[in-house]
Design a protein around this ligand. Sequence first.
Ligand code: FES
Length: 151
Amino acid sequence: MVLGDRQYYSRFGFVSASTQDLRCEYDVPDAAFMVLELNGLALQDCSGTVQYRSEFKVCESRSLNNNLNECFMTVSVHFLPDDVTIEAAVGEPFLEVANRAGVAIPVGCLMGSCHACEVELDDGRSICSCISSIPLGRSHLTVTLFSDPTW
Ligand code: FES
């Protein structure tokens, strides 16, 4: 089960959970609540409302009027040092978001090996943007590009 961008997750075979008679406990667009049946018969006798684990309730308490679209689906991404902010969908690849924002992140292998695309998130973690996507549960995210004149 995923709650995210339909365009992104459909690439991996996810389909609307409502086609399996599964509903999300939250008020989210039908197209955003998706399922991928890894075992061909795993969902055969499943139907009803899917309950999220308690870890997801943190996000629920942050949102106003229980509108999880604001909490789960859209993240305001601020790129530094360019000082560009853009809205992005949860699960959207970082490189695609940067590209839409007109921010050039240097790349090399595009496989997570060379670290040419490494950026720092506002929680202090460094990630390879070529293999990372916009995380769940954030409404704002600051991404700092490293500049290495020797690279
Ligand atoms: S481009 Fe090499 S790790 Fe991302």
